[in-house]
Ligand binder design. Structure first.
Ligand code: AMP
Length: 283
């Protein structure tokens, strides 16, 4: 695996490969890689000739009181993991490379729909930071195909919308959520959970899936289901950011006629804010 910090050098390499007819696949990450990330690389491998990863903890997507400084940075281990699955290129830029003007960025990218609800409500600048950095990475690395994880389902929808709206010549593929043995969705932030909290955090998946079973068996009283789920989460010592039952395409509140539904939740267990979701298709 070749590792580049310099955007122009990696771009030159990838441009030559593209000119030779190779299809470039990209997985953007913030590092501290786990099996969830690696599953995206393995999926991308089936859709491309040259597999590229990026590791960049993007300051623009963190709010003032969020965990930017504490975010786990484990580059040496990450490199070993990517080498073991035969990733071809890794791009690891610095803040100065991506944001030469620091916080006084000249250009940003804002997706107007899909960004206001769910995570967008408590993290109002977050998706602007994500859309901007992903655009920068796309422009440097020129991928033909990009895989995002459904663990961040809203992010996947927003970035798919961005690619469509801006006519970016990129295919977006979604990877399924990879979980710990107890059902907890894998996340770089899980390392902030104590062993006891990790056990308790498994309830998040269970409560979402109980709610999903209710909906599948015909219960459309979404307000009531939401209230019930929030109460159960609190009982299990979660601090709830949101628990929503929405239309999986536009993220508006689900209605009785919706066939594709997303149950999405963000909740703190101790220090970390955990995300999980479940897609449901009704007949
Ligand atoms: P991050 O490093 O958290 O920015 O995540 C990079 C990519 O990995 C995003 O597309 C995430 O949705 C995806 N991802 C993170 N955790 C998981 C997981 N448990 N299963 C599948 N994809 C994941």
């Amino acid at each position: 695996m070749q590792i580049f910090q310099d955007p122009y050098q990696i771009q030159q390499e990838l441009r030559a490969l593209k000119c030779a007819g190779k299809r470039i696949g990209l997985i953007p990450t913030m590092g501290n890689l786990h099996r969830g990330h690696l599953s995206l690389f393995k999926l991308a491998r089936k859709h491309c000739d040259v597999l590229v990863g990026s590791i960049f903890v993007n300051p623009m997507q963190f709010g003032a009181n969020e965990d930017l400084d504490k975010y786990p940075r484990t580059l040496t281990n990450d490199v070993k993991k990517l080498q073991s699955i035969k990733v071809d290129y890794l791009f690891t830029p610095t803040n100065e490379i991506i944001y030469p003007l620091g916080t006084k960025i000249n250009t940003s990218v804002e997706v107007n729909r899909l960004t206001k609800r769910l995570c967008g409500e408590s993290r109002p600048q977050h998706f602007k930071g994500v859309a901007t950095v992903v655009n920068i990475l796309f422009n440097i690395l020129m991928p033909d195909v990009v895989v995002f994880g459904k663990k961040d389902y809203q992010q996947y929808l927003i970035l798919s919308a961005m690619v469509k709206d801006l006519f970016l010549p990129i295919e977006i593929i979604a990877g399924e959520i990879i979980r710990e043995d107890n059902g907890l969705a894998m996340s770089s932030r899980n390392k902030f959970l104590t062993e006891q909290e990790k056990d308790k955090a498994a309830a998040l998946r269970q409560i979402i899936s109980d709610c999903g079973n209710e909906i599948c068996s015909g219960n459309k009283n979404f307000m009531q289901l939401k209230k019930q789920a929030i109460a159960s989460l609190k009982e299990q010592s979660f601090k709830v950011d949101y628990f929503d039952i929405c239309n999986a395409i536009n993220l508006e509140d689900a209605t009785a006629n919706d066939k594709q539904i997303l149950i999405a939740c963000a909740a703190w267990m101790g220090q970390p804010r955990l995300l999980d979701n479940l897609e449901i298709t009704l007949n």
